[in-house]
Design a protein around this ligand. Structure first.
Ligand code: F6P
Ligand code: MG
Length: 472
């Protein structure tokens, strides 16, 4: 079911895959050890401590295997036999590869799935999320952008409510739709698996509205007008249930901006229902799990308490965070009320599926997850957030960058019955849907890769693509 186009592999020195396995993943594993260590230190339970120490040893062993290019070992069965068997079958089909000689997409998924087995096979750490600390802390750090957006959201939604049935200016609505989608897009620039090369300050700089305006020219493909037309048409046709799905990416700030867009769609009636699709295990550091959604809502339920607690960095530096102003706290409460009501009334639902943490590309989705596929077909639009989802959609393959998006999606493209939109800031090699000559132009920029053979411009999250495939 996979594409015949060659995949990105860790043995390609010009690929970001090569950097990832040698530098980024070992750092992520070191962070994982630190996190477990902190939790061990905070517990009195001797059995939990003993299990925690074993997890630390195993994380260390995994890092060693990786850095020394050892063979990737089969996953142990941890309660999901079909899942582990699928990973192990793929290892076998790849000829039991070593870390530096393996398709990038599969090996990165394998790493997170393997880490998960270390926890699920214990008594006391079964549902432990080793990235939870980082996720919640980074949300706290984004408070300025969070507050700014809350004010904007309150303003827009109040106007929509006041305007109901008076005028319906679809040009104005379209412009706001595009703004909300761009907010949602750039929220993806800040995932934590890239934090190994970015500071919290870099992230804050990326989040404000000024930064967003400046970044508009960095959207290389922009199919937002077409996406608007699609939703507007379904509404005009009087279709009763019009669902928009979000295949989520990162929690914290990105999930917050996803909800900003979701809330906008519900308030305008561009959608009647939203389905959020999270991951079921800790994944690519910052990806949303159901508990992260709950944590975000509870932070917003009591914004002063949450945002005025110091982050870990502030604790170390003995700094006190600035209190929220009354206005900021009030806008945040407005946002909370709106989302909590939508959630309570079933317009905003969260629907997990373990398929999202399988090791393959979405070319396999219709075949491997037929029920999920049928469900996705029911939506007017399925928004795939972020870089990893884009890699999974396109098979993480070395496409010619002018390949049409629909073609690069294989069985999820033309004729699939699914309208796929990707909101992706580029953080990997694969890219399609570009106008002829664009890739060359970007490579020629400073830091763009030049004639090194590496598509470096596409690694940092500075550039973005918004592609649409109308599969219906
Ligand atoms: O490029 C770094 C990286 O960790 C990729 O390996 C991965 O595809 C991506 O970032 C995760 O980003 P996102 O959270 O946008 O899916
Ligand atoms: Mg992610």
């Amino acid at each position: 079911f996979d594409t015949k186009t060659p995949k990105s592999v860790t043995n390609d020195p010009t690929s970001f895959a090569s950097d990832s396995v040698r530098m980024r993943w070992p750092i992520i594993l070191t962070g994982a050890v630190d996190d477990v260590y902190k939790t061990i230190s905070a517990t009195e339970d001797a059995e939990k401590q003993a299990e925690g120490k074993k997890i630390i040893e195993q994380l260390g062993a995994l890092k060693y295997e990786m850095l020394h290019d050892r063979q990737m070992t089969p996953l142990v069965e941890d309660g999901f036999p079909e899942e582990t068997a699928a990973y192990n079958k793929e290892l076998e089909q790849l000829g039991n590869p070593t870390w530096f000689q393996v398709p990038w997409l599969f090996s990165e998924c394998y790493m997170y799935r393997r880490i998960n087995t270390l926890f699920t096979t214990t008594q006391h750490w079964k549902s432990y999320d080793l990235f939870a600390r980082q996720k919640i802390d980074s949300f706290r750090t984004s408070r300025n952008a969070v507050a700014e957006l809350a004010a904007r959201y309150e303003d827009i939604v109040t106007k929509i409510r006041a305007d109901k049935n008076i005028t319906h200016d679809s040009e104005a609505e379209k412009i706001l739709f595009m703004e909300m989608c761009e907010v949602c897009l750039w929220g993806n620039a800040t995932d934590l698996s890239l934090l190994t090369t970015m500071t919290y300050e870099d992230i804050q700089r990326l989040q404000g509205s000024e930064a967003r305006k400046a970044a508009e020219k960095n959207i290389l493909v922009n199919k937002l007008p077409q996406a608007y037309d699609l939703l507007n048409k379904a509404r005009a046709e009087g279709k009763k249930e019009r669902r928009v799905d979000f295949v989520l990416d990162n929690s914290g700030f990105e999930l917050y901006v996803d909800l900003v867009l979701a809330g906008y769609l519900l308030n305008t009636g561009l959608a009647t229902h939203i389905v959020l699709r999270p991951k079921s295990i800790p994944w690519f550091v910052s990806d949303v799990m159901p508990a992260d959604f709950a944590a975000l809502l509870s932070a917003l339920a009591n914004p002063k308490k949450f945002f005025e607690a110091p982050t870990e960095e502030e604790t170390v530096a003995e700094k006190t965070p600035t209190p929220l102003s009354e206005k900021e706290a009030q806008s945040l409460s407005f946002v909370f009320q709106d989302w909590a009501t939508q959630h309570g009334e079933g317009q905003l639902a969260i629907r997990p599926n373990r398929y999202w943490t399988a090791g393959g590309s979405f070319w396999r989705l219709p075949h491997e997850a037929p029920e999920l596929y049928e469900d996705l077909k029911q939506a007017e639009l399925v928004i795939f957030k972020g870089d990893l989802n884009y890699r999974k959609l396109t098979g993480d393959a070395c496409w010619d960058p002018t390949t049409p998006f629909t073609e690069a999606l294989g069985s999820m493209g033309a004729g699939s019955g699914v309208n796929v939109m990707s909101l992706r800031t580029c953080k990997a090699d694969v890219v399609v849907d570009l106008p002829a000559g664009k890739d060359e132009e970007l490579r020629a920029l400073e830091g763009g890769g030049g004639d090194s053979g590496a598509r470096k411009w596409a690694w940092s999250g500075k550039w973005a693509v918004v592609s649409l495939s109308e599969g219906k």
